[in-house]
Ligand binder design. Structure first.
Ligand SMILES: Nc1ncnc2c1ncn2[C@@H]1O[C@H](COP(=O)(O)OP(=O)(O)OP(=O)(O)O)[C@@H](O)[C@H]1O
Ligand SMILES: [Mg+2]
Length: 398
């Protein structure tokens, strides 16, 4: 709160709030490889980002994340579609219109710090303002305000070579934000700093974002970062957005097997629906009968399939239980005798690999249970409310 008042006093908060936002419709961009093959780097993307929102792009290397950012920034010319920034058209293929990068109120921050080594930190931050014609004195004053905002007050006269990597990334952030962009594009900005500094910078970035309220797209490979920073996560695959939802929805209710496996570890079980009532859902599988809850197993699906339909069920390993020895009562729902194939200690949990009914399963157990780590047989259990139907019908299985 103190920080907020301080920042307001520096005059950083833009006085006239515009309906800052980004609207992308049907955007496509392909590249021709030297052999002649066409790569659809970005395919038919629709995405709207509101002011004050951070959308995280999450997807494997080469799925088009940077290309999408570069199209928004105006560094790449899309083949098709439309981009509106602040309610103004920045690109429209149907009118053959493309605004140059400097005509878009967009800033981009990259993984590499890219600070000018021969300029002081203040000069580095002031640089985007100077190139836009701001008078030197005003630009330097504003640069100092932004250095303060990122926690580097008083270091304006230092040179990039004399500060740490984490501090350099703060300077890069100040330089990205100093021109009051309404849309900020972050391309893996923290992947070069160590894990501890990354967590701290992420927290600060969220604080600054809450103060300035720009619309942001944030690319990361780090799932924890995606979960912690995004208001929504866009899971990308081969140039397309396959799921766009808040982090909890993407994690708890992934819409496809691809999303489920990309945002975390997942047990996948092929099953067939036996019956679905208002209170219980029953499947058959290689494990035997699996019971689930209708409100969670069908979440995200518009209708309940007919009995006999094949489905893929997903259960996150941290929801699964593992106990020593065979189940006390073989008739208990969702408890199966399992071989314990191995375990991996991961600090906060131990990850057990098991086999039951010929299926490989994993259960994450809190801490380091010594008895289980020595055991070769155990009881593997799945709470009915943890079961999700990921794919319905054999045709969607991939
Ligand atoms: N200038 C280019 N010429 C040809 N192909 C390109 C060019 N830029 C990108 N591509 C291709 O477009 C696809 C998407 O690339 P992009 O850089 O957007 O991926 P990314 O999701 O950012 O990957 P990463 O996570 O590795 O940064 C890739 O197949 C890439 O090889
Ligand atoms: Mg990239």
């Amino acid at each position: 709160m103190a920080q907020k008042a301080e920042t307001a006093a520096t005059g950083i908060i833009p006085s006239a709030r515009t309906p800052e936002r980004l609207e992308i419709s049907n955007l496509s961009k392909g590249f021709r490889r030297s052999g002649g093959d066409l790569v659809g780097a970005v395919s038919n993307i629709d995405l709207t980002v509101s002011s004050g929102e951070i959308v995280v792009l999450l997807g494997p290397s080469g799925c088009g994340k940077s290309t999408l950012l570069r199209c928004i920034a105006g560094l790449e010319e899309p083949d098709d579609g439309r981009i509106e920034i602040d309610g103004r058209v920045a690109f429209d293929s149907s009118r053959d219109f493309m605004a140059s990068p400097d005509k878009r109120n967009v800033s981009m921050m990259f993984q590499s710090y890219a600070l000018w080594p021969h300029m002081t930190l203040r000069e580095n931050v002031a640089y985007p303002l100077i190139t836009r014609g701001t008078a030197k004195v005003a630009a330097r004053k504003k640069a100092d305000d932004y250095l303060e905002l990122v926690g580097l007050a008083g270091l304006g006269q230092q040179y990039p070579g004399s500060i740490s990597g984490g501090q350099q990334q703060r300077v890069a952030l100040a330089r990205t934000l100093v021109s009051d962009p309404s849309v900020v594009l972050f391309d893996e900005p923290l992947s070069n700093v160590d894990a501890k500094v990354r967590v701290q910078l992420r927290r600060e970035l969220l604080r600054i974002h809450a103060e300035l309220g720009f619309a942001a797209i944030y690319v990361t490979h780090d799932q924890d970062e995606a979960m912690g920073i995004g208001n929504r996560i866009a899971v990308m695959r081969e140039g397309q957005i396959v799921q766009l939802a808040p982090p909890v929805s993407v994690y708890e209710y992934p819409s496809t097997r691809y999303s489920a496996e990309f945002v975390g570890a997942a047990n996948m079980i092929d099953a067939t629906l036996v019956s679905s009532t208002a209170s219980d859902v029953t499947f058959t599988s290689a494990l035997g009968e699996i019971t689930a809850k209708p409100e969670t197993v069908w979440a995200g699906h518009s209708s309940v399939p007919a009995p006999g339909t094949d489905v893929v069920l997903m259960v996150r390993p941290e929801y699964c239980g593992l106990a020593e020895g065979a189940p006390a009562d073989r008739g208990t729902a969702n408890v199966w005798e399992a071989d314990i194939d191995g375990s991996l200690y991961a600090g906060s949990r131990t990850e057990f690999r098991c086999t039951a009914g010929g299926i490989s399963l994993s259960a994450w157990v809190v801490g380091s249970p010594a008895g289980l780590q020595k055991a070769t047989r155990g009881s593997f259990s799945i709470p009915p409310s943890a079961v999700r139907a990921i794919e319905i019908g054999a045709a969607t299985n991939d």
